[in-house]
Ligand binder design. Structure first.
Ligand SMILES: Cc1ncc(COP(=O)(O)O)c(C=O)c1O
Length: 443
């Protein structure tokens, strides 16, 4: 069947994430993936510029992962993991993660994805403070431009306001502070941008009352918000504020975990440990839905002393998910994918700067590891954005798709996070296509 025939059937019956029937008319139906390439139903090949949705770290078509899933399905496809049961892949995965993650994080709860990980860390934090005799510590502070998923609680933590209006009212007790956003955050003259942005957290805690705040939720490098890399002094100040006011620091590493930024976990760049880490996406490279949270020894001992933690999913610690995660983590180690992300990311950002750094409408080219973005602006000197109605970002995205690069935009910021196994030729072609597409729209 052709792409057009399949799309006609799709539109009749499938409701999509961020569903938009009109936009779906020009959708691609993907039929095959190999390495960093995707093929549509008409046989056209595209570079997968965002590794699916930032998740396909090891690349498409990995037979090792298919084999791990098949072997586990044949042995034990499913068993409950509610208290009273467990399974070997879950035990082995938790052990492996304890050895890989932050030193103080050694206990894990597994989910089917990132949004469930956000809900789980919110419920873990609130339960922790109740166990510690501080039942009023329930509020969640996160950041404008932050993305944490779209369950009702995760959506309330997400700081991209376009996700809210259709579903108001949001869950009470969630508030947002500005992101560090080096390109746009305006700090007072006497303090560094990173410290000023971190101090926004202290001000919010003092406004709300420290005895009402449970946790601060932050992506180490913000992804969907436009690849925002914080200043080097940001997270150490955040850690100090959280310690001072007894607020749990929750790192949402759903995109950054397992190598994307050049280290296994992104807060390692700044020598900081969170109280809870959230992961999903690259833990199985998207081959099966999976995610989870890891909690610090302090939280774990409270959990051990408490009664039942009334939180559960049928598919927690799913044996097939755990088996695929284990094999995927082995590939990440064997092929040094964090190192590949670091080296290829450095090259990609350098090449994008060489190709587009002087363009009058390229405001900022930024990133960390193999996670980067090109922000387009109406006026480079004032950083003024284009009017949203000009749809500059979507037009550049369409030009790139027409040239064989498939990725996403956040407003007028073009996002790139290809699989870590992308080849040098494919990286070269990515840069060419981004540059040509920007020039096609903006001269
Ligand atoms: C940082 C972050 N947290 C949470 C999520 C939500 O994950 P999911 O879509 O698997 O629910 C995402 C998804 O993109 C994400 O980027």
């Amino acid at each position: 069947m052709t792409n057009a025939e399949l799309i006609a059937r799709d539109i009749a019956h499938v409701i999509h994430p961020l569903h938009n029937t009109r936009a779906q008319q020009s959708a691609r139906v993907w039929v095959k993936g190999e390495g960093a390439l995707l093929t549509d139903a008409d046989g056209n090949e595209f570079i997968d510029g965002l590794a699916g949705l930032w998740n396909v770290l090891v690349g498409h078509g990995r037979r090792e992962l298919a084999e791990a899933a098949r072997a586990q399905c044949e042995t034990l496809a499913y068993a409950s993991a509610y208290t009273g049961s467990s399974n070997e892949p879950a035990i082995e995965l938790a052990e492996r993660l304890a050895a890989m993650t932050y030193r103080s994080i050694n206990r894990f709860f597994f989910t089917c994805g990132g949004g469930e990980a956000t809900d789980s860390s919110i419920k873990m934090s609130r339960a922790y403070w109740k166990l510690r005799g501080k039942p009023d510590k329930t509020k969640v502070i996160s950041r404008i431009e932050g993305y944490h998923g779209v369950t009702l609680a995760a959506m309330s933590a997400t700081g991209l306001s376009a996700y809210w209006p259709q579903f108001e009212p949001r869950v009470p007790g969630f508030l947002h502070i500005p992101s560090p956003y080096p390109y746009r955050y305006e700090a007072p003259a006497d303090v560094s941008q990173g410290l000023a942005a971190a101090n926004e957290l202290e001000q919010a805690i003092l406004r709300e009352g420290a005895d009402t705040v449970a946790m601060f939720l932050a992506e180490p490098v913000q992804g969907a918000g436009g690849v925002i890399v914080p200043q080097d002094d940001y997270f150490s100040r955040i850690r100090a504020i959280c310690d001072q006011y007894d607020v749990l620091l929750v790192a949402d590493e759903v995109i950054t975990a397992f190598g994307r930024t050049g280290t296994l976990f992104a807060l390692d760049h700044w020598g900081i440990e969170p109280d809870i880490v959230q992961f999903a996406k690259a833990i199985t490279s998207g081959y099966v839905p999976f995610g989870g949270i890891g909690i610090s020894d302090t939280l774990a001992s409270a959990l051990d002393d408490g009664g039942v933690w009334m939180h559960a999913y049928t598919y927690s610690a799913h044996p097939v998910g755990c088996a695929v995660a284990l094999r995927n983590l082995q590939i990440i180690k064997d092929e040094d994918l964090p190192g590949q992300c670091r080296d290829k990311g450095d090259w990609l950002i350098g090449a994008l700067r060489a190709a587009l750094g002087d363009h009058p409408h390229v405001g900022d080219i930024r990133g960390m590891g193999l996670m980067c973005a090109v922000e387009l602006v109406a006026d480079r000197s004032t950083k003024e954005s284009f009017p949203p109605g000009d749809k500059v970002g979507p037009r550049v995205q369409q030009e790139a798709t027409d040239r064989g690069l498939f990725s996403r935009v956040k407003a007028d910021t073009y996002l790139l996070a290809p699989p870590a196994v992308i080849t040098d030729d494919q990286l070269n072609r990515t840069v060419e296509i981004v540059a040509d597409s920007v020039r096609a729209v903006l001269g």
